[in-house]
Ligand binder design. Structure first.
Ligand SMILES: NC(=O)c1ccc[n+]([C@@H]2O[C@H](COP(=O)([O-])OP(=O)(O)OC[C@H]3O[C@@H](n4cnc5c(N)ncnc54)[C@H](O)[C@@H]3O)[C@@H](O)[C@H]2O)c1
Length: 322
């Protein structure tokens, strides 16, 4: 059983990660680090007896851990990541893994040197309906993949718990961008995962309500060697919905929130893809892979490279739109 500490006990830690650890036989949370007393108290109320700390330094002198699970806002991922690696701990980190390509390569080097893994939380790959679509694609149900369409409609950005930054998702200094950095990240790794290739060209247009604000809508085309992905992501829709379409030479797999359609058949799943924001069941499905990555750090390189692609594509999109 691996022992870990959650860094940043906000919405995703509380609602997305913690419930999955509570049921796990492979990984257990023994401590929580949060810089605010309000969130440390929330952790102690939920997890009686849990050790809580204000800093990683205090954590290191207080308990023994094998890994940290970083759930702080995006601009605050890098520092605890490098600190944890230097202490010989494995790292799990929420998306967007890092906001800067130089910092990302530095982290890659630090993990290699420490012989430890950095595992980004790319949890949409583990959504039951997405997993089924991926299995169908891999078992050649639609022939070679030629086009992917991904649409994420939201009426606003997601609420946060950070008492110091109640609106960090719209603060570029903390979020690193708007809806593209937040939700687009998931769409980009899914497209890369399905094509199994690196994109060779990026086209992008972004909408901002005002010049100084982060983008609240993004339209992206990623050209891959064997096809293309069209991505549309918005925080200004009139409803909440997720659709995805995988078109192959011999057929199509379509996801419409809770319905998977292939070859004239419709399969209805219990929960819509757009239901909720924290997805504890997806995180639970990912936990065995996380543990396996920690045990064999070279195994984590695939998802680390996915994160590198996401960041590179988003940076190109911001450059194109500036
Ligand atoms: N994969 C997903 O489906 C998914 C869903 C939601 C959020 N996320 C990601 O999870 C991360 C956290 O999002 P959230 O919605 O939980 O945010 P949040 O604001 O609710 O929580 C952040 C927590 O981090 C704490 N914190 C801030 N700086 C800190 C520091 N330096 N050291 C220790 N603690 C610190 C805050 O006090 C707060 O408790 C983000 O990167 C976000 O993009 C991912």
């Amino acid at each position: 059983m691996l022992h870990g500490a959650i860094i940043g006990f906000g919405e995703v830690a509380r609602n997305g990660h913690w419930p999955a650890y509570a049921d796990s036989r492979e990984a257990k949370i023994v401590a929580v680090v949060d810089r605010t007393e309000e969130r440390r108290k929330a952790a102690r109320e939920l997890l009686p007896g849990i050790a809580t700390f204000a800093t990683i330094e205090e954590l290191a002198s207080g308990v023994e851990v094998d890994f940290v699970d970083i759930c702080t806002p995006p601009a605050l991922h890098g520092e605890p990541m490098l600190d944890a690696l230097a202490r010989g701990w494995n790292v799990l980190c929420e998306k967007p893994l890092l906001l800067d390509l130089v910092e990302l390569e530095k982290a890659r080097g630090a993990a290699r040197e420490a012989g430890r893994a950095i595992v980004p939380v790319h949890n949409w790959k583990y959504a039951p309906i997405v997993k089924r679509a991926t299995e169908m694609l891999r078992s050649d149900t639609i022939g070679p993949l030629r086009e992917v369409e991904i649409e994420t409609l939201r009426i606003q950005d997601c609420a946060v718990a950070d008492p110091d930054h109640p609106n960090w998702r719209r603060d570029p200094a903390i979020a690193g961008g708007g809806v593209l950095m937040d939700h687009g990240w998931h769409a980009i790794y899914l497209a890369r995962h399905w094509f199994g290739e690196e994109p060779v060209e990026v086209r992008a247009s972004l909408h901002r309500a005002a010049l100084e604000e982060v983008e609240d809508e993004a339209t992206l085309t990623l050209v891959f060697p064997s096809g293309q992905a069209k991505i549309f992501i918005t925080w200004r829709a009139d409803r909440r919905r997720n659709t995805m379409r995988l078109s192959g030479e011999e057929g199509e797999i379509a996801i419409d929130d809770d319905t998977l359609k292939v070859g004239g058949d419709s399969i209805h799943l219990e929960r819509a893809l757009s239901a909720g924001s924290h997805h504890a069941d997806w995180f639970a499905a990912m936990l065995p892979d996380i543990v396996a990555d920690f045990q064999r750090p070279e195994r984590a390189l695939e998802s680390f490279n996915e994160a590198a692609t996401c960041l590179s594509v988003i940076r190109q999109a911001y450059q194109l739109a500036s």
